[in-house]
Design a protein around this ligand. Structure first.
Ligand code: 4NP
Length: 150
């Protein structure tokens, strides 16, 4: 079982999008060896449901998003998960502030797996969830390729 935690600032836009797109992707590919979750670095949105922009995009793509409520990640998540994947540089800094040093090399930025490493587009200010979705799909494909090659 490979355990993956996707992380962003609020756990209402980017990381739940990554969580549910990845769950859908591995279901369609018939891969069952994953445990997937998402969480926030901040306490800002704890208990809130997915942002309507992410929800609408997932609906448009026919992807299930369950009963998601935002949660903040904890130091214990570092022990529980094999991969802790942030969306942007700021997330990586904040994750390390929560868990301490990355002694087991578990912390990554999603698009660092791709051929064009960069931050996932943040829809919070732009409202552009299509761009965020495209970035996430690119990152998840590259991440899955990475896993197939190790
Ligand atoms: P997310 O989006 O980190 O992708 O869930 C945001 C959610 C909340 C805020 C910013 C981004 N905020 O400033 O509260």
């Amino acid at each position: 079982m490979v355990k993956v935690l996707f992380v962003c600032l609020g756990n209402i836009c980017r990381s739940p999008m990554a969580e549910y797109v990845f769950k859908d992707k591995i279901k369609k590919e018939g891969i069952e060896k994953f445990y997937i979750d998402s969480a926030a670095t901040s306490s800002e949105e704890i208990g809130n449901s997915i942002h309507y922009g992410t929800r609408n995009k997932l609906k448009e793509m026919n992807i299930d998003y369950g009963n998601h409520l935002a949660r903040q990640m904890t130091k214990q998540d570092y022990e529980k998960f094999d991969y802790i994947i942030g969306m942007e540089d700021r997330n990586i800094k904040d994750i390390k502030r929560i868990v301490g040093e990355d002694t087991e090399n578990k912390i990554y930025k999603l698009l660092d797996f791709s051929k064009n490493p960069r931050d996932i587009a943040d829809p919070w200010y732009t409202g552009n969830f299509d761009k965020t979705y495209d970035d996430i799909v690119e990152g998840l494909s590259a991440f899955l390729e990475h896993l197939k090659n190790i």
